[in-house]
Design a protein around this ligand. Sequence first.
Ligand code: ATR
Length: 276
Amino acid sequence: MPRACVIGWPISHSRSPLIHGYWLKELGIEGRYEKTAVAPHDLAAFLGKIGFDGLQGCNVTVPHKVAVLDMVDRVSEVARSVGAANTIWIEDGLLHATNTDMSGFMTHLKASAPGWSADAGPAVIVGAGGAARAIVYGLREAGVPEIRVVNRTMARAEQLAVDFGPTVRPCPMDQVTRTLADASVLVNTSSLGMTGNPPLDLDLGSLPDSAVVADIVYSPLETRLLAQARTKGCVLVDGLGMLLHQAVRGFELWFGKRPTVGPELRSLIIADLEAA
Ligand code: ATR
């Protein structure tokens, strides 16, 4: 029986089993997807099990997303550029790693904001961690002319400019309002706004009402940022869609069929978030 899992340390919070379990059932595939706690010192031994006993591969979460890059045979260009992988699979006897956060975000952005085009104007990204790197890479590849990265720690924003080139402009947090005036898209990639963290407190007054506002936080589903953007009439892109769309590629690689992200799956995850 084909099987896959999500590995992390700890692993208890992951919703991936719910997503892949739904698709396995929907597509009538006899397979399994589980959560597996893997401590850092057991990571290499775990990766050695892929390809045996039906194990086709895994999703990778904190703290292994960077470490796996040096433990597989092939790293995709996107994973190399982002500097982290979240999906591993075996192909022709070789272990491959890629990062599906970028395509997950871009697919969801295009689906939620079909009127947005990359050449419409600058993007403003709040945060400069792993998620920001994936999104900056995706927006740059799509052709966004200028990507302003606003972060509490300026050095991390500056590093993105070094890694992704002159399209990326680092900006200090206290100048964020100034960066919004001609933005076509604003994305929160920081953990601000997540349940248990302080909200992202931005003055959206200068942001054009026509802008797209995205948040990668999905708990709560409507963050303060998205609620503020809603009152302005902006197009909203929530964090749940990225979570669902980033899972598509892994499922296809492990189980051989490409699943779709539909309203029933969304409702299932929303119910789970609410129960938590
Ligand atoms: P991920 O890989 O999931 O993006 P991360 O690397 O921990 O996670 O990045 C989290 C982002 O949220 C960072 O940009 C972080 O800012 P710093 O680089 O200054 O740490 C941002 N962040 C988290 N808590 C914050 C806070 N209280 N205020 C401002 N930014 C915060």
